[in-house]
Design a protein around this ligand. Structure first.
Ligand SMILES: [Zn+2]
Ligand SMILES: [Zn+2]
Length: 335
């Protein structure tokens, strides 16, 4: 048995698996990459070969084009492939469509690199699958006790109630373009909202891809640059940055909403001028992080990005070995 840290370790380019000769979510162009999911801080262009789920590879193609990598190597959930001297398997992470944890087995030891993950149900992706392991590599985006995400269904009902009570105002909802946008669309449909939903142009490409991959998101209408429509009473989704730029001024009377785990922090909502903050996150909250880590049975926990200090400290109090990898370059694009 060779301790995991002798064959899997952090480098300036990201986590490197030596017996397989590949990086996981490399931060710079690499010869061989295994990519957990399509968010731009994890899936970057310019690698020689990229192994990921078929859905993640589709997302990469939409974002960066067919030339994003030399070779695309799809690997379905649950299938195992041998790379060098390592067995590699991808299992669902519950974060966004196609998101995967990377399970590595070598010399009698198992490491799981979870990428970004959540435990709450999400109708747009497969649920997180718990894998027991020797080393669990976790994110820590919301690793503070204050972060307790609400059930997304409940937050969506608050949105629909606000639309019902204010039928002449435009509800302008800021959402991240990959994952959050499509999850919100699906949830409003499941809650019975059947009007067309209007999309900022930047959200159209990936939403169309989700539809092509079998997600029924109801009728969506793109807002073209030349559209002058005001859309009173309608629901409009846009990237968070558009909430405060010129684009949003076409709506004469709008309710500004934002769906994000950060909306738990009142000051953040106020600072951004958000009238209707919705606490909806695609990441694990504090208790989900701790419960998941304990359930994996890992002897060693490595923390990649986010509030690693708080998480490492808490795990220490719980008598677990944990350390921060201090990997720089993963942001919270899709909180
Ligand atoms: Zn992500
Ligand atoms: Zn991330």
């Amino acid at each position: 048995m060779a301790a995991v840290e002798t064959w899997l370790y952090p480098t300036p380019c990201g986590l490197f698996c030596e017996p397989g000769g590949f990086y996981i979510d490399p931060l710079r162009p690499a010869e061989r990459a295994v990519v957990t999911h399509g968010h731009s801080d994890h899936a970057r262009p310019g690698h020689g070969a990229v192994l990921a789920t078929p859905e993640t590879l589709e997302i990469v193609r939409v974002r960066y084009g067919g030339g994003a990598a030399g070779i695309f190597q799809p690997l379905r959930y649950g299938e195992t492939v041998r790379i060098g001297a390592v067995d590699v398997r991808l299992v669902p992470a519950g974060h966004i469509l196609g998101s995967a944890q990377v399970v590595l087995e070598h010399a009698g030891q198992r490491a799981v690199i979870s990428g970004d993950y959540k435990r709450a149900p999400d109708p747009t992706c497969a649920p997180f699958e718990l894998i027991s392991c020797n080393v669990f590599v976790t994110e820590a985006t919301f690793a503070l006790p204050v972060f307790r995400h609400e059930p997304a269904e409940k937050e969506v009902l608050r949105l629909l109630e606000s639309i019902r009570r204010q039928p002449t105002r435009t509800h302008l909802l800021g959402v991240y373009g990959l994952g959050k946008c499509q999850r919100i669309l699906k949830l409003v449909r499941e809650a019975g909202y059947d009007r067309p939903v209007y999309l900022h142009g930047a959200l159209v490409g990936l939403t169309t891809l989700y539809q092509h991959l079998g997600q029924d998101l109801g009728e969506v209408r793109a807002i073209e640059p030349e559209t002058k429509a005001d859309l009173p009473g309608e629901l409009v989704l846009c990237p968070p940055s558009a909430l405060s730029d010129r684009w949003s001024r076409r709506f004469t009377d709008s309710v500004t909403a934002f769906a994000s785990g950060w909306m738990r922090v009142r000051g953040r909502a106020r600072q951004r001028g958000i009238e209707l903050p919705l606490v909806v996150s695609d990441h694990a909250d504090w208790s989900e992080l701790l419960d998941t880590i304990v359930a994996t049975g890992a002897e060693d926990v490595w923390v990649t990005h986010g509030r690693d200090d708080a998480l490492v400290h808490q795990l220490g109090l719980m008598g677990r070995r944990a350390r921060a990898l201090h990997l720089v370059g993963y942001e919270d694009e899709a909180d």
